[in-house]
Design a protein around this ligand. Structure first.
Ligand code: ATP
Ligand code: MG
Length: 562
């Protein structure tokens, strides 16, 4: 059995307080939330934060959560994205109560639009999108009213109907709410409710050629689902008055919008548009490239969903945007894997080690602990023999000061094995060491000397005759800059891509217990880091991704700041 998850960190979360208060004073009787992704790309770790808030808070209050696809831009949306989003939400550990699409509400939204036209609260504008924009004014100057703002009710109803019938080309007309062109809030300056887009929709096909805008669709969809707390990121704060205005005009269920801070991570871009560009231009192998901050990328990389949830709980929700250190996310991944990943020995850059005084043909099964953090994980047998592989890095012919691992004349411990002392080396024509020779002390079996003598280093190994070969993919940050969007004039964010974000090591040697390891399985390679079996792996040709190295830089940073 795996150790239980640690208690969810009780981070500051102002939304929890709002919900408690709303229930206490009777504003709402129950909690209903929704997660509303637009199916125009794969979800990323920023969405994980929103998912944890939407589902997590509802769960805390015994409420319900819908998954609603905000599918109002037919040109950018695809079924592939709809499917991946469902898979990702489930993988994160959440199940929705209702599954909806904004497109489910196209008829209702149309009817409500006609209702607003009849109430004199909306009109068909013949200005193009560009002209509308030009007349919007600025923060300091009011906008200009459209010459079409005051056309008659019947004319509006008729034109809107004809827009729907497909009589006009893209962008020729729009439906706008009639609010206030002088409002200090730009979103209230007669916002567009419908635009003409002759495009096939992933669900409604060619039935519609007018599509609602985000502002017109979102709040009304919330209301139809009786969403009580509609959480979104801070950039929508300016849209809240409009969200309320539509609901008030229609006198429908009073959903409430609450804005929280967007997750930003150093060395990472969280924008579907930019992530799509990385995929399209081939900078990564796909949406699920293990270097991508997408949910499918980090899943493939080996991040456990429990770690993502713990990270999201720790960052909580706030009211000002900031940037979180990527190292903090890695810290949570490490902490989780430390508790649940089995330890194994793997040699990434093999160097042959021959124990000259070890009987030829002898094989011993050494007892190795699977997880020191989890007694129930038990132990396994690892074969030991005369010829081993050790990590190339663990031997230096001329050791620098402070280097305690193997070098000529030096004694070290082979993990779970014996003490060995290096006696000589074999070099190739170019002078590189290709074989290290040692003697072992049979009295040190299991790793301790009966006379109490100490060694300064313990190194890992695999038996050459028993090891299985494998490929290991080492990942580094995808971008070289903490803020990858920071570029010189005229350059693109792709200029900040790290050319060394992937290193593929062929011919790694793995202990035989890894034979048959299944894609997705996670391990700690002792002394090296956490690794997970990649999707490309086959029983005969194992492929591992490095999930995260062992060294925790964030824990150090945090300690210093306390
Ligand atoms: P992107 O800019 O990457 O396309 P988006 O906000 O347009 O993101 P949506 O599919 O509209 O993506 O988002 C669904 C939900 O996820 C919204 O409530 C949105 O506010 C939230 N969300 C998106 N990105 C983040 C982020 N970085 N941090 C927290 N929440 C986010
Ligand atoms: Mg969006």
């Amino acid at each position: 059995m795996v150790n239980p998850e640690p208690a969810t960190v009780s981070a500051t979360n102002f939304i929890r307080d709002i919900i408690s208060e709303d229930l206490r004073n009777g504003k709402y009787q129950h909690v209903q939330t929704r997660f509303p992704p637009e199916p125009n790309g794969y979800l990323h770790i920023g969405h994980a934060k929103a998912i944890c808030l939407d589902f997590g808070l509802a769960r805390e209050f015994g409420g319900r959560t819908n998954l609603r696809f905000d599918d109002t831009n037919p040109e950018k949306e695809e079924t592939e994205y709809v499917d991946s989003i469902q898979e990702d939400v489930r993988w994160l550990g959440f199940e929705w109560d209702g599954l909806y699409y904004a497109s489910d509400y196209f008829d209702q939204l149309y009817e409500w639009a006609v209702q607003l036209i009849r109430a004199g609260k909306a009109y068909v504008d013949d200005l193009t999108a560009d002209e509308v924009r030009q007349r919007r004014g600025t923060l300091t100057e009011p906008g200009q009213e459209s010459p079409y703002r005051n056309r008659g009710l019947e004319e509006n109803v008729d034109l809107f109907e004809r827009m729907k019938q497909g009589e006009f080309p893209n962008g020729a007309r729009s439906l706008r709410a009639k609010i206030d062109m002088a409002s200090p809030n730009m979103n209230m300056r007669d916002p567009v409710m419908y635009r003409i887009v002759h495009a096939s929709h992933h669900r409604t096909g060619n039935r519609w050629c007018i599509y609602p805008t985000y502002d017109w669709a979102h709040g009304q969809s919330d209301s139809l689902e009786r969403v009580t707390h509609s959480m979104c990121t801070l950039e929508f704060a300016d849209h809240q008055p409009l969200y309320k205005w539509f609901i008030e005009q229609l006198r429908i269920f009073p959903s409430q919008q609450i804005e929280f801070d967007r997750l930003n991570l150093t060395y990472t871009l969280l924008s579907k548009r930019k992530l799509l560009q990385l995929v399209r231009e081939g900078h990564v192998s796909g949406w699920d490239d293990p270097r991508m901050p997408t949910i499918s990328g980090i899943r493939r990389r080996g991040y456990p969903p429990q770690a993502i949830r713990a990270f999201c709980a720790a960052i909580g929700a706030g009211r000002t945007n900031g940037t979180t250190d990527f190292a903090m996310l890695e810290h949570f991944v490490r902490e989780d894997l430390n508790r649940r990943a089995s330890r194994v020995m793997a040699v990434l850059r093999p160097l042959k080690l021959v124990i000259d005084n070890y009987p030829e043909g002898q094989v011993e099964e050494m007892d190795a602990i699977n997880n020191p953090e989890d007694a129930a994980a038990g132990s396994r047998r690892v074969p030991f023999s005369r010829v081993l592989y050790i990590e190339n890095d663990d031997f230096r012919e001329a050791p620098p000061k402070g280097y305690y691992r193997l070098s000529p004349g030096r004694e070290v411990r082979l993990r779970y094995g014996y003490f060995v002392t290096c006696t000589s080396v074999v070099k190739d024509a170019s002078g590189s060491v290709v074989e290290v020779h040692c003697t072992y002390d049979p009295a040190t079996r299991g790793g301790n000397a009966p006379d109490g003598r100490k060694v300064k280093a313990t190194i890992h190994w695999v038996s050459a005759a028993h090891a299985i070969a494998g490929e290991v993919r080492l990942y580094d940050k995808l971008f070289t800059k903490p803020d990858p969007s920071e570029v010189e004039e005229g350059r693109e964010f792709t200029a900040n891509l790290n050319p060394e974000s992937l290193a593929v090591l062929d011919g790694c040697r793995l202990e035989p217990s890894l034979a048959g390891a299944q894609p997705g399985a996670r391990y700690q390679f002792e002394r090296l880091g956490y690794f997970c079996v990649d999707l490309d792996s086959t029983p005969g040709a194992l492929v591992f991704n490095r999930t995260v190295a062992l060294k925790d830089t964030w824990a150090k940073v945090e300690k210093k700041s306390h």
